[in-house]
Design a protein around this ligand. Structure first.
Ligand code: SAM
Length: 297
């Protein structure tokens, strides 16, 4: 994929520089980190990891988005909070699921680092198209012990057989329960590809769970939210060149993936659960962002 996650990443020229320079993060990931601030990570280790990244490429975008779409910033904060809350709930209810975690489209997110520190019995596999070799070097330098609990795989998630063979080659056990995590990924895979990925992810064990976040199909949004979302996506396109962010009709997605939604959340429910009151999103209709916990049907 040609796009925002790797466009402005400067290559590191030698091993010395690698150990001292902060790694440059692509524009969109950098923008998200700047807007999420402290909430971009859940543990001290995760925050240390983020502090080692150079998010300068996202400064202008972060300022523009904060000014024009304050909802976007709150989306990032709420979705990170909801992922972590659900992951913990799943791991408490079924500890074995929390011990094998696959972070799909991990990018520069601190999620894997957080989980490897939070749950010392866990093994974490991070998968993305790009940058995971650099990320792995940084994680190993910062956290040599936790790094042994993590494996990075550069693979295209639209190719299931490559993904599964990559995971197996790096020690993932298909016959053990697995928690699959997909934050910010669904926008970049065609809905039928994402559904196929979820179908495969949930197939291997009856306790498998997936925690996902996605955007509602435009026709399911009310007019004002559709206009706001379209303007935001249009702005992202001008900055990244990515013109086709995918969105979902959840009923079609469930039919295609065969996944059973076990929990749903929208920003109003998240705001209420996290803050005790919903201020920015007072009803589900106030946002096109959705999250779900999926299990095998
Ligand atoms: C919006 S970013 C989200 C990154 C991270 N999960 C987070 O929330 O910060 C989307 C990520 O999906 C990755 N991605 C997109 N399409 C992919 C594909 N076909 N295979 C693997 N990774 C992909 C991108 O490289 C990028 O890192």
């Amino acid at each position: 994929m040609v796009g925002p996650y790797h466009r402005r990443v400067d290559p590191v020229s030698n091993a010395d520089q690698r150990s001292t320079q902060r790694l440059h993060v692509g524009v969109t990931a950098a923008m998200v980190m700047r807007l999420a601030g402290e909430e971009a990570a859940h543990t001290d280790a995760g925050r240390t990891f983020v502090s080692q990244l150079d998010t300068g490429a996202g400064r202008v975008m972060a300022e523009h988005v904060a000014e024009h779409w304050p909802h976007a910033r709150m989306h990032f904060i709420l979705r990170k909070w909801q992922f972590w809350t659900w992951m913990n709930a799943i791991a408490v209810n079924t500890p074995a699921v929390g011990r094998q975690v696959v972070v799909l489209g991990a990018g520069w997110s601190a999620m894997g680092v957080d989980w490897a520190h939070h749950c010392v019995e866990a093994r974490v596999w991070e998968v993305d198209l790009h940058h995971l070799a650099e990320k792995e070097r940084l994680v190993r330098r910062l956290f040599p012990v936790a790094a042994d609990r993590m494996r990075m795989i550069e693979a295209d998630l639209s190719n299931l057989s490559t993904l599964l063979s990559g995971l197996r080659a790096k020690g993932w056990h298909a016959d053990r329960p697995t928690l699959w995590v997909a934050e910010g990924l669904a926008y970049y895979l065609a809905p039928d590809r994402f559904a196929a990925l979820m179908r495969a992810a949930l197939t291997f064990h009856p306790s498998n769970r997936a925690v996902i976040e996605f955007g509602l199909a435009y026709h399911l949004m009310r007019e004002s939210i559709r206009a706001r979302t379209a303007a935001y996506h249009g702005y992202l396109a001008t900055q990244t060149g990515l013109t086709n962010l995918h969105s979902f009709d959840p009923s079609v997605f469930c039919l295609q993936s065969g996944a059973l939604p076990l929990s749903w959340a929208d920003p109003s429910s998240m705001e209420l659960a996290r803050n005790g009151r919903a201020l920015m999103f007072t009803s589900p209709d106030d946002s096109g962002m959705r999250m779900a916990v999926l299990g095998p049907a």
